[in-house]
Ligand binder design. Structure first.
Ligand code: AMP
Ligand code: MG
Length: 401
């Protein structure tokens, strides 16, 4: 079977992934999710003309001679009643957010005033309308505040609260199952009984990455390399939007996932990729449910997640832009490799210096070394056919997200 290039694999993943349905949730449950409706303002904002400062509400004509001396006829505070009316040659003490009284067109900040008994002295020149926030200046009633497709962050939560939008339509969270396969695997806390046994990290890495990506995750633990056990597992795929297995997906005798996918009537979309590491990645589909068979090597496993599963998750979540982002950075150290057949994604670190991005890579390039992620924040891309990269050269990087 020929190796599928990365771009083609990514395209196939996105083509075979559907946006999920939507649901109405309370604002706080919408954080990190994508809006599936337009949100409109419930009223003009501000809802009434109000003061932007603590000071005095006046008629602009009355403060043209300086200092102006005006009689103070009352006081208005935020949330208070607005029953006062400003007559010529008078002023009303006003606090930030209080409604501007009828007759007033300007607010003079406290710093430019001095109260003397029942009078206030005003010094300084102000524009007509100064320090007044006009009704509807920010938003008109029924105006669209947030468009369908927007990502909801804390800012948007506050904005929706300000227009009394308590429940909001968003794309539902993908339901994902994670399971690691391998006879040699032991889970957290389980005793290691034989020297050949190893601690499973993959199902925890993928569980964490999936959770970080805003999914609902079921941890199905560890399953042995036994056809019947894996068959039973794969029969559950349609209970989830995405089903992720790790291990047992290459060409070894005990690699049953590939064989069973065919037996169980999945549509196999690709198996091996022209990337390094993570060559053995399997992608198949049953109904709308996606199956990703990720390689067992810990780096390959999470890298395949980042480069292929994460885009599928984003598509399901309603994002417009689902592909990993590519930035340019200047490499600080030579890189070379003997075999340039596959596209390599090297764990690397980028930072900003002197107005540009610089990049250095982890010396640990092997696919079992999860320590290569320590301090890394991106993949450096080494394209097919490229044997060498020189210090000072511009390279493509894919920031982690
Ligand atoms: P496999 O893809 O099953 O052939 O596994 C490839 C390598 O990854 C082997 O050295 C496995 O022991 C190791 N491996 C497989 N599964 C895991 C796991 N869940 N956690 C850590 N290492 C694993
Ligand atoms: Mg295995």
């Amino acid at each position: 079977m020929s190796l599928t290039p990365y771009e083609e694999a990514l395209k196939l993943v996105l083509e075979n992934t559907q946006r999920l349905s939507t649901e109405k949730v309370f604002l706080w449950q919408a954080i990190g999710r994508v809006l599936a409706e337009d949100v409109c303002s419930d009223s003009d904002k501000p809802p009434f003309d109000n003061s932007a400062m603590d000071g005095y509400a006046v008629r602009w004509e009355d403060i043209q001679e300086t200092p102006a001396r005006l009689k103070v006829i009352g006081e208005l505070s935020a949330g208070g009643e607005n029953t006062l009316k400003l007559e010529p040659k008078t002023a009303i003490k006003i606090f930030t957010g209080a409604p501007v009284p009828e007759g007033a067109d300007t607010v003079v900040p406290l710093e430019y005033t001095r109260q003397e008994g029942d009078y206030v002295l005003i010094e300084g020149s102000f524009k007509r309308g100064a320090n007044i926030r006009l009704r509807g200046a920010e938003l008109r009633k029924d105006e669209v505040v947030l468009k369908r497709g927007s990502l909801i962050r804390g800012y948007e939560v506050g904005l929706m609260a300000s227009v009394n939008k308590a429940f909001v339509e968003v794309y539902r969270r993908p339901r994902v199952a994670v399971v690691s396969t391998g006879d040699e695997l032991k889970d957290l806390g389980e005793p290691i009984e034989k020297p050949s046994q190893i601690r499973s990290s993959n199902h925890h890495t993928i569980y964490a990455r999936t959770l970080e990506s805003g999914c609902e995750v079921a941890n199905l633990g560890i399953v042995k390399d036994e056809p019947q056990a894996i068959r039973e597992l794969l029969q559950k795929v349609e209970e989830y939007d995405i089903f992720i297995t790790t291990g047992g997906v290459s060409a070894g005798e005990k690699d049953y996932v590939h064989m069973l996918v065919k037996e169980l009537g999945f549509e196999l979309i690709f198996h091996k990729l022209r990337i390094k590491p993570a060559k053995p990645v399997l992608f198949a589909k049953k109904g709308k449910s996606l199956l990703f068979g990720l390689p067992g090597n810990p780096v390959s496993c999470v890298m395949a997640f980042d480069l292929l599963v994460k885009p599928a998750i984003r598509k399901m979540q309603g994002f417009e832009k689902c592909e990993p982002i590519i930035l340019k950075a200047e490499l600080v150290r030579d890189f070379s490799r003997r075999n340039a057949e596959r596209r390599e994604f090297v764990r690397a670190k980028f930072w900003q210096e002197g107005g540009k991005l610089l990049c250095d890579y982890s010396p640990k390039t092997e696919s079992h070394m999860l320590t290569s992620y320590v301090d890394a924040n991106c993949y450096m891309v080494v394209y097919e056919g490229v044997h060498e990269l020189k210090a000072g050269q511009e390279v493509d990087i894919v920031p982690f997200d």
